[in-house]
Design a protein around this ligand. Structure first.
Ligand code: ADP
Ligand code: MG
Length: 352
């Protein structure tokens, strides 16, 4: 079923590929040991969308993706691909290709042979296979490496071979589970851009799992944020950044994360106020006070890490050109009212 990190697909030629998840729940184990990995998730992914499933480790991302692939069965709910409920459809008949973090290429086969392998399994003729492999290799900049073995490639090149091997299937839906997490920072950045470009050039729908909010923000047409098996919010990267639906989303998206004041620090004790670091303005006589604990120079900006008078931390992003306070100094901040986010202090849900 799973050959070297890529899951089989059969149908050739991408069809209409919206993916619909309806009230999907997945539990593992029984009784005392029961774990709810995915909890009543409903999500519509449009044809040709680049949907990101984002959340911390253990929140159920891989389980959800595996249910789309057919590698896990939902305990409840329906998975629809195109206009067909696929709950009972075998993975290889779902017209999907899956790329994992560990891309396990065949070490003794050349790059070309690795890429065309899924077509060989499918019984495609030699010339047609070679042509398809070359086309996929071209898309991913691998044409110069076709005769090498995986051991003679860098990590990034190997990951691209795994992607090329998925591309030759021409699936309606690409499923990717943290495919870049084995790469170093520079290569991750480059490959991110390549994947966005790849998505633009293919007709397929992409569903991409990551715990990295930078990947989510830079690649996704929409982001679905998961927390403890539940869907917290779905929206464009800008929407989830500007209007986080919960304190969890507010803190998960953005680096450094949104400051959350102690409940009651501004206004009612039922409400927790959140402020993004870039919206804290260093001014004398501002309403928020803190003691500077650290000054981090990042070149293009400076982060002021302060201990808030009201409790907790207040981190501000300021311009490096400012006359910066020293560690230990007391500072005050102002914030424009439109930049205040309010969350229910008990449930964490955004209050308008
Ligand atoms: P993520 O990919 O977001 O890190 P997973 O989907 O892998 O999270 O896991 C979600 C939860 O389900 C975790 O608590 C995990 O331990 C549990 N889980 C996943 N697969 C299994 C399994 N086969 N058996 C039991 N528990 C599992
Ligand atoms: Mg996972």
């Amino acid at each position: 079923m799973v050959d070297g990190g890529v899951c089989a697909s059969m149908a050739y030629g991408a069809g209409v590929a919206q993916v619909r998840l309806e009230h999907i729940t997945k539990t593992f184990g029984e009784d005392d040991e029961k774990v709810t990995a995915v909890d009543d998730v409903s999500l519509d992914i449009a044809d040709h969308e680049f949907m990101i499933l984002l959340g911390p480790s253990g929140c159920g991302k891989s389980t959800l993706l595996r249910m789309v692939a057919g590698l896990e069965d939902p305990s409840e709910g329906n998975v629809t691909i195109g206009d067909r409920v696929v709950n009972d459809v075998e993975p290889k008949l779902r017209d999907i290709a899956m790329v994992f973090q560990s891309y396990a290429l065949y070490p003794h086969k050349t790059v070309a042979a690795n890429i065309e392998f899924p077509l060989k399994v499918r019984g495609v003729g030699k010339a047609e296979r070679a042509e398809a492999a070359l086309k996929a290799a071209d898309v991913l900049g691998l044409t110069d490496y076709m005769r090498r073995k995986p051991g003679q490639l860098s990590g990034g090149q190997r990951q691209r071979v795994a992607l090329a091997r998925a591309i030759v299937r021409d699936p309606a839906v690409f499923l990717m589970d943290e495919p870049l997490s084995n790469l170093d920072a520079k290569l991750r950045g480059d490959t991110r851009a390549e994947l966005v470009d790849l998505h633009r050039r293919l007709d397929s729908t992409f569903i991409y799992v990551t715990h990295d909010q930078v990947e989510a923000m830079t690649m996704g047409s929409r982001v679905a944020v998961l927390n403890a098996g539940r869907l917290e919010q779905v929206g464009t990267p800008q929407e989830v950044y500007d209007h986080p639906a919960s304190a969890f989303v507010a803190q998960f998206i953005g680096t450094p994360p949104m400051n959350l004041l102690a409940p009651g620090a501004m206004g009612s004790s039922d409400v927790q106020v959140g402020i993004r670091p870039e919206h804290l303005l260093l001014t004398t006589g501002g309403p928020l006070h803190g003691t500077v604990r650290q000054v981090e120079h990042l070149g293009h900006e400076v982060l002021l890490l302060t201990e808030a008078e009201s409790g907790g931390r207040l981190t501000a992003r300021v311009a490096p050109s400012l006359d910066l306070p020293e560690v230990g100094a007391t500072v005050s901040f102002d914030v424009a009212p439109q930049h205040l986010h309010r969350f229910d202090a008990t449930t964490g849900v955004r209050v308008s």
